[in-house]
Structures are given as C-alpha cells and as structure tokens.
Design a protein around this ligand. Structure first.
Ligand SMILES: N#Cc1c(-c2ccc3ccn(Cc4ccc(CN5CCCC5)cc4)c3c2)n[nH]c1N
Length: 242
C-alpha cells in the first residue's frame, strides 16, 4: 500500500518512522511519503491560506495550492482522505476498509480548514474516492493527528505487519463489537492485588467465558451504545444474563 500525507507540518508525521509503522516501511509493506504542501506554492512567501469569504475568524486553506498538490499525487484508484471536525466518525471498520485499498492520500488541513471546493472537485474525478472523516467530537488544530491515527490503524492491519495476526482478532472494537477484557501479567500479586484466579487455572473454556463476561460488563458500563449496536445473534443466553 502507498500512503501520501500532505501537510504544512511534515515533522508532525515523524513518529511514523518509529516502531511498527517504521518497520512496515523498512520491510516494504507500507510505502509512506510525507509531503510539504508549501512545495506547491507559487509565491515568495509560500502562502497556503487566505481570508474566508463571508467573513468569520481565522483563515482558510487555498484550493489552488491544494489542487496542484493533489493533481500531482492522485491517480486512478486513489482514495483522498480529508480529516475534518465535520467528517464521518473514523472507526475500526473504517480502518479495515481502508486497509484493503492500494493508494491513500491524506490531506491535512490547518487554520479553519480547506476550501470546500477541494473535496467537491475531486469527488467528481473519475477513479478517485473522497472521504471526509473525524476522529471524534472534539476540536483539534489540524489534520495531522488524524493522519497519524489513520496510518497506524490501517498499517497494523496490513498483511505481515503485525507479528502474530491472531492478536488482531480479539481486539477492542473488533469482531465481537465489545470493549476488550482486562489483561494481567506477572507478578501474580502486586500492590496487594491478586490476578483473578480463573486466569491461573489453565482452564481455557472458563478463561474465555470470564474474558467475555468482563468485556460485556465493561461495554455495558462504558459504551452501552456498542451493546445497542450488536445484532441480536451476537449475544447468547449467558451474555444476556451477565
Ligand atoms: N479529524 C479530525 C478532527 C479535527 C480537525 C481536522 C482537520 C482540521 C483542519 C483544521 N482544523 C482546525 C479546525 C478547528 C475548528 C473548525 C470549526 N470551525 C467552525 C467554523 C469554521 C471552522 C474547523 C477546523 C482541523 C481539525 N478536529 N477534531 C477532529 N476530530
């Protein structure tokens, strides 16, 4: 997979040289390229923004500069991703869908956002998909944090990136649609707190049941919306009694 990220703060994406994503790049599993939007400016001051039509505070990012950058980067089959507070929620399902694609281009806005005609224009470009997404209901100062989240969430799903693919199965917001169960490791007692006995029993059936019960209790307490979203056949009689 190739991912192009365009930003006026390329150093913000430096963490993607590290750890799992960095290894995926070195292994050739992920072709990630970070670009400085100012490389597509045409004036001495390398201007990327201007005042908003209709008034209002702040500045808006110019469509012409973005247009030159995206014309260079987008191709047949590209998916243009635009982080924005007004986007659809980015979820694990979003990451799973994006992980099946061949080319993602992430346009990181700043100021009050990118001129709306950019999304509008490229949505009409044949062979290009455009998605405006949001990380959640809070306001950031730009799209770079969202780009970091998107790249990490997608990269870890690419074949060969995570050492043990099984670890991708039982994860929060995973197939079960529940939050994850609590995890423990040595020592068996710490700060006068013991690891739940069942986890030391070696009884895999009981352990699996205990973990599912914990996931259900946690989800009911912290994210009842996820429980409500479950299909009826996703909860068995024992689950309902928990
Ligand atoms: N993903 C994601 C995001 C973002 C995000 C993503 C991309 C950009 C580009 C610029 N900003 C800053 C900003 C701040 C306030 C507003 C709203 N204003 C009201 C009237 C005109 C604009 C617009 C943009 C961004 C913020 N924030 N939160 C998320 N989950």
């Amino acid at each position: 997979m190739r991912v192009d990220v365009v930003t006026i703060f390329p150093d913000y994406l430096a963490p993607l040289d590290l750890s799992l994503v960095g290894k995926a790049r070195t292994a050739g599993l992920l072709d990630l390229r970070v670009h400085d939007l100012r490389d597509w400016t045409s004036d001495r001051h390398r201007t990327v923004d201007d005042t908003p039509f209709g008034g209002g505070a702040g500045m808006v990012m110019r469509p012409d500069v973005w247009g030159r950058a995206l014309d260079d980067l987008l191709d047949e089959g590209s998916h243009l991703l635009l982080p924005t507070p007004s986007g659809t929620r980015f979820t694990q399902r979003t990451a799973e869908r994006l992980a099946t694609e061949t080319h993602l281009v992430v346009a990181c806005g700043r100021y009050e956002g990118i001129d709306a005609r950019v999304a509008e224009h490229y949505a009409t470009r044949s062979g290009v998909t455009v998605s405006e997404f949001s990380l959640g209901d809070y306001v950031l100062n730009g799209g770079e944090v969202a780009a970091l989240v998107l790249v990490e969430a997608v990269a870890r799903l690419l074949p060969g990136v995570v050492g043990n693919p099984e670890s991708l199965v039982e994860e929060s917001h995973g197939a079960a649609g529940l939050l994850e169960y609590p995890v423990y490791t040595k020592p068996p007692t710490w700060a006068e707190l013991d690891v739940p006995e069942v986890l030391l029993s070696g009884h895999h059936g009981r352990i699996a049941r205990w973990r599912r019960d914990q996931a259900l209790v946690r989800t009911a307490a912290r994210r009842p919306d996820l429980l409500d979203a479950l299909a009826p056949d996703q909860l068995d009689a024992h689950d309902r009694a928990t």
